[in-house]
Write a protein that binds this ligand. Structure first.
Ligand code: PEP
Length: 234
């Protein structure tokens, strides 16, 4: 069984979500499927499909104009939230410390954070991939996870670019993450791979050791692209 999460980013509409959830209702799969949608599309009416948000405030409540708390997400129907996506790290200067506080707020509210880590092209070219991944995991994961986190390894240079690392590179990264989590007492935490996953490469990627599922951006927007990813693995 694999964990397959879609990240709609700032795309979609209520009608597109209804279209997707009705299509997903008929898919015969044992995989866990989650759609991470913009805040405005969080709804309880999803034909049973689990929803997630794409960001959360680290604060509980108060004078934080424009922010949405974890409890509010839960109230709106979210069961998951992506934290530390590379676009948040890039455009909103989110550091591992900020990501850890957001993940802790989600866990406290009973929402599972999908914590993203991964290296930029500059870091890759400087030979820092493994160090960035390991520090990303050690510093972005809260001390008390209550057994409720998911990690996503997303090589930042490959996201939305149609690029993917080699299977050996993915295996090396996921082995490191699994070992790091084990050393933190978090063995068994699901670790997803994300960046340019599509129907044609999903099965191969999910067969790599220590890859427990995928986080899918562009190919999660349309049922015709997303469903083949879900059904590519039993
Ligand atoms: C993402 O944004 O999390 C992602 C994996 O995007 P894409 O699949 O489009 O590369």
């Amino acid at each position: 069984m694999k964990f397959i999460a879609g990240n709609w980013k700032m795309n979609g509409s209520a009608a597109a979500l209804k279209n997707m959830t009705s299509a997903l209702r008929d898919v015969d799969t044992k995989n866990t499927v989650v759609l991470c949608v913009p805040f405005t599309m969080l709804t309880h009416d999803t034909d049973g499909v689990a929803l997630g948000a794409q960001d959360v405030s680290a604060h509980d409540h108060g004078a934080y104009t424009g922010e949405v708390s974890a409890q509010m997400l839960k109230d709106a129907g979210a069961r998951y939230v992506i934290v530390g996506h590379s676009e948040r790290r890039q455009y909103h200067d989110e550091t591992n410390d900020i990501v850890r506080d957001k993940a802790a707020a989600a866990i406290e509210a009973g929402i599972t954070p999908i914590i993203c880590v991964g290296e930029t092209m500059d870091e890759k070219q400087a030979g820092k991939t493994m160090a960035i991944i390991e520090s990303g995991v050690r510093e972005s994961v809260p001390t008390d996870t209550n057994g409720k986190i998911v990690i996503a390894y997303e090589p930042r240079w490959a996201i939305g670019a149609g690029l993917t690392p080699t299977a050996a590179e993915i295996a090396e990264a996921h082995t490191l993450i699994a070992k790091t989590l084990e050393s933190m007492g978090l063995a068994g935490t699901p670790v997803l791979y994300g960046a340019s996953v599509k129907g044609s490469n999903a099965a191969e990627i999910m067969s790599i050791p220590n890859v427990d599922g995928v986080l899918v951006g562009g190919a999660s927007l349309k049922p015709d692209d997303f469903i083949p990813i879900i059904t590519s693995m039993k």
